[in-house]
Write a protein that binds this ligand. Sequence first.
Ligand code: SAM
Length: 282
Amino acid sequence: MLSYRHAFHAGNHADVLKHLIQIELLNYLGQKAKPYWYIDTHAGAGAYSLVEGYATKNAEFESGIARLWRRDDLPEAVANYVEVVRSLNADGELKLYPGSPWCAAEVMPASDKLRLFELHPTDHQLLADTFADAGRRVQIQQANGFEAIKAILPPPPRRALVLIDPPYEDKRDYQHVITALKESLKRFATGVYAVWYPCLQRAEMKELPKDLKKLGAKNWLRAELHVQKPSSDGFGMHGSGMFILNAPWTLPQTLREVLPYLAQHLAQDAGASYVLETGGDL
Ligand code: SAM
């Protein structure tokens, strides 16, 4: 089942949370003068137009990145994220939105490598086009990312961020996330792993953070941004979360500043809120 197209959602509140934390994690890894890899199991198209095509249908970016675009009071981590979006919009107009592979390529040292997996044939081709000039730094495979990471873990530099960002349209994705992480931690226990998930009133969603906490990583961090109160009929996404395994010690403090700011400025009703929880040695 490959009906999901990320272009419909590009730049929405969930992308803001995901890409902001992704950039924080990469910047932290980049502080040491030692190589590292970025591995994206569900990479998407790499970059998205906000002025034509799917993204204009529901214009989800208007209640996401567009609300931050012209603000001059951004906390540092939010400013770093908006700066990456600016790298695609040199004339100052918000016309393009970077996907997770673009965010990574923009902030990582030029010598560090990206390994990207995308199963959808159209998005795989768009991703390949986005990085057509990137040379051997960026390797792209049309493959099932849950399975394909087995072959590249542990990565040669023994340092990496792995982003796992499935569509969850198939309920089995919840179990696939847990299985892939169990196997990945066996192969590469010290990797930094970031899992994105939607906040829904579905049983599987409520179980996911509980199962992630039990994986036995050195530490974990759960960050959720709820942009509205859960709907009374139980349908719809009221927010999203990022669950990090082996998070840097600096991340909780950064998010204590960022999450209240995002809950205030990306709120869609009075029920907007956030969750920040940590465990292990964090
Ligand atoms: N990570 C991207 C970003 O932040 O810009 C967005 C990814 S989107 C949420 C999920 C992507 O996973 C879609 O492009 C979809 O085609 C792709 N996909 C679905 N199942 C997959 C699988 N098993 N392996 C790799 N890609 C998959």
